[in-house]
Design a protein around this ligand. Structure first.
Ligand SMILES: Nc1ncnc2c1ncn2[C@@H]1O[C@H](COP(=O)(O)OP(=O)(O)OP(=O)(O)O)[C@@H](O)[C@H]1O
Length: 373
């Protein structure tokens, strides 16, 4: 566990921070701009002083301003990856790694430089000058450099936000590998629900410098009350289920969601592999009777658990599909005309093409280089 308490006092921003984050896998820090996410990372790293701060990692106190305890940043053994890589421009990619390796924690044996180079496919880049690397390659080297220093905690502050979509897609599988192969807790700041749903195990929703909610990603994404924070248009849920079968003729894959089947474009995963998919509320519609003659492949039996009527034209309907929550964003007019009510049995219609195809086989990543399906 990482415990962090502080009284942030900037001229234009103040907040009482009291955060306890689990230290396993990737913990996403998600929230609107200017609400203190970066400041939380800086507090953890020891880069902010004099704000009545208390930080401990698994009971080891790094900072307790009340008692005058302060472990300096370099002794905390933290790796930092920023939005801009901050690589040393006068060194090659390999030179940047060597620099970090020389400062690696002597009391930690892993990961080795070779492991990092292999995991991030850095071999072909090692002799290249930093300025000759693409944006995605630069970030891969920056991640490598942070890992080679053998940190106990990795802080990533919007590491992909400066990249275009294609480069983001190239680098995401590497971050998934990092999560799966390294026994290293990561705090990951992002504005992107895509990144959150694909990478994070746990999420802290940050609002006004404080944790407005936290929990496993699928659970938080189902919570209707958090809709405004997650962004209505982006609202959705994460479903997890095993691959049941593949249909190579039509390039489709069947996933089990409870006792039902979700049919989606082909995922390269063996039957039994648990995968995670994101379904946006705006891609789900509702029928009160079992539909026929529709091109939509997925009509899951569902029971309405909650209807949240917004101002304006829309409403959000939360449904239960065999114990899993699913959200639909439909018009208020539809709610009224179909006389939708909590407790009602309906069919949730999901277009196969709408199922977010960036997913995590086994709740875990595929190998980098696998096409983005
Ligand atoms: N050193 C500083 N001095 C004064 N104000 C600061 C300082 N650092 C941050 N702030 C202010 O504190 C607030 C929170 O900033 P912070 O960068 O932590 O937010 P954020 O949630 O990470 O934002 P974004 O998502 O846009 O990066 C902002 O209003 C910012 O201007």
């Amino acid at each position: 566990m990482l415990t962090l308490r502080s009284a942030i006092r900037f001229p234009e921003f103040s907040a009482e921070v009291d955060v306890t984050a689990p230290l396993s896998g990737i913990t996403g820090l998600f929230g609107p701009s200017g609400h203190g996410k970066t400041t939380l990372l800086r507090l953890a790293a020891g880069l902010e002083r004099g704000m009545e701060t208390y930080v401990d990692l698994n009971g080891e106190i790094w900072q307790d301003d009340a008692k005058g305890i302060f472990v300096p940043p370099h002794k905390r053994r933290i790796g930092f990856v920023f939005q801009d890589s901050r690589l040393f421009p006068h060194l090659t990619a390999g030179g940047n790694l060597d620099y970090a390796a020389r400062r690696a924690s002597p009391d930690r044996l892993a990961p080795t430089r070779e492991h990092v180079v292999d995991m991030l496919d850095l071999g072909p880049l090692l002799h290249r000058r930093v300025q000759d690397l693409s944006g995605g390659e630069t970030q891969r080297v920056a991640i490598g450099r942070a890992l080679v220093s053998r940190p106990r905690l990795l802080l990533m502050d919007e590491p992909l936000s400066a990249l275009d979509l294609r480069r983001k897609m190239e680098i995401l599988p590497y971050i998934e590998r990092l999560r799966d192969e390294m026994d290293l807790p990561v705090l990951y700041v992002t504005h992107s629900i895509d990144e959150l749903s694909r990478l994070a195990d746990h999420v802290l929703l940050i609002r006004d410098g404080a944790v407005a909610a936290q929990g496993p990603v699928p659970e938080i994404m189902q919570r209707m009350d958090l809709g405004p924070m997650m962004g209505r248009f982006e609202a959705g849920v994460i479903l997890e289920g095993p691959v049941v079968s593949q249909d190579p003729d039509f390039a489709m894959t069947d996933l089990a969601i409870g006792k039902q089947i979700l049919r989606m474009p082909n995922i390269e995963a063996d039957p039994g592999t648990v995968v995670r998919v994101r379904i946006r509320a705006r891609d789900v519609s509702i029928a009160t009777r079992e539909p026929a003659g529709l091109s939509i492949r997925n009509a899951l039996r569902a029971r309405i658990s909650e209807i949240f009527v917004e101002e304006g034209a829309f409403a959000e309907v939360l449904m239960d599909v065999d114990g899993t929550g699913l959200r639909a964003r439909i018009t208020r007019e539809s709610v009224s005309q179909l006389e939708l009510k909590p407790g009602m049995d309906v069919y949730a219609l999901i277009k196969s093409s709408a199922v977010d195809r960036r997913l995590i086989p086994g709740g875990r990543a595929g190998r980098p280089g696998t096409p983005d399906i």
